[in-house]
Design a protein around this ligand. Sequence first.
Ligand SMILES: NC(=O)c1ccc[n+]([C@@H]2O[C@H](COP(=O)([O-])OP(=O)(O)OC[C@H]3O[C@@H](n4cnc5c(N)ncnc54)[C@H](O)[C@@H]3O)[C@@H](O)[C@H]2O)c1
Length: 493
Amino acid sequence: MTPARDIQGNPPAAVQRSVSHSWGQRNLSTSPTATFNSPPSSWGGALAQRGAPKQLQPFNTQDIKILLLENVNQTGQDTLRAQGYQVESLKTSLPEDQLIERIRHVHVIGIRSKTRLTERVLREAKNLLVVGCFCIGTNQVDLDYAARHGIAVFNSPFANSRSVAELVIAEIIVLARQLGDRSSEMHRGTWNKVSAKCWEIRGKTLGIVGYGHIGSQLSVLAEAMGMNVIYYDVVTLMALGTSRQVPTLENLLEEADFVTLHVPDLPETRNMISTAQLDRMKNGSYLINASRGSVVDIAALIKAMRLGKVAGAALDVYPHEPAANGDYFNNNLNHWGEDLRSLNNVILTPHIGGSTEEAQRAIGVEGEHSCCSSPPASGHSLTLFAVAEALVRYINQGITVGSVNMPEAQLRSLTLDEPDHARVIYIHRNVPGVLRKVNEILGDHNVDKQISDSRGDVAYLMADISNVRYSEIKDISDSLDGLSSCIMTRILY
Ligand SMILES: NC(=O)c1ccc[n+]([C@@H]2O[C@H](COP(=O)([O-])OP(=O)(O)OC[C@H]3O[C@@H](n4cnc5c(N)ncnc54)[C@H](O)[C@@H]3O)[C@@H](O)[C@H]2O)c1
């Protein structure tokens, strides 16, 4: 990673622009901070390398202002500060009126699950380029509104897969040995030494429904403990170790001693385990659900357990979950609450599958990749990258790979051997004839590379053009902003 070349010092005030939506609204800055154009000295080594990637910057020397809410992990904060951005971090979320007031002034906002970025809030976010959800879900953000206004949203969907897989391993043993009940009895002063219907897990069959990020890790861990693993997935997937894919859910239910669910919340997965499926399971088998609360018909599970069909269950997720910690897990929340709590050998946890220190850290920054290195080739391998790094790549290079609401686009980095280049980013409505008009505007320059992709009504175009002077950058930007299809223009150099 190398710093941007500050072409002939600061650009003339007339061509300076902020990174906000349209030229007219932008604040002009005459005092770029040293940090923004002078990244940490640790990057210096790369400067000398021929062909080393050039760190792009927004065509604006104004600092990028970032507001982080809800106590975003320190590693994530450090990643952003290392870029020279102005980062303010608050420990809590903000009430909506305060949020609206604060969001007007920032280019980037980082949130977790409690901050709701509704249309009402985003409408006021006139300078916002990108949202980082330092969590798994993005339901708290109006993704469509954001996309239609050129605001990219990133999250970190797979940072806690390992934590969930480990929890499930623990639960398999706890259920097989009835540890929850024995421990509760001891807490009440009761000594109850039993071995009836307590089992080793060695040689038992684990049936994994959904062989994705979590299911496949679990497969490896379970085999290491001597279990046989079978799995069912709607997609044909390569088996890890000696595990085996079975053709139907029914096959899995009939063969498995332990059934564990790792599917997404989709119309097809709602109540995918109900009376008919529980009937198919082996007598005395176990059910684990750490996926989504909609996947298991819990009333049917309660019946199956009372009949002795199912010998134990572990649930981490529920159809209705309280919004805050407290005494809320009762019949008002879910009508079967008390019945469920009265059963033996049932482990109930409050949606903590992914709640570990490691997962929180991973959501802030993940893997050993430098935030300045080239991104992975496919969206799937982006799972190794984290939210803070995705934000840096988007701000500095315009790369959208991993965004949940923008088309995924990336171009290889410009290098130091490519002086006077600029990267044009044009977020626009996906209507016929746009590319022709854009290329007419860019046509006077050498377009080295260009990529364009769309997602619904929104399209994203990136083009690297060469031999550009500052004065021309303003013209290009104005011309693109003037097109009727324009949502947002950014130029990085
Ligand atoms: N308890 C927690 O704290 C916690 C934490 C992280 C993830 N989760 C949940 O765990 C689940 C799995 O997460 P993941 O990261 O492994 O997801 P993933 O997308 O990597 O894998 C899901 C797998 O399910 C398969 N699938 C989809 N529909 C199916 C169907 N009808 N039948 C069988 N297979 C189907 C997909 O093909 C995919 O292989 C998700 O619902 C996620 O929200 C829970």
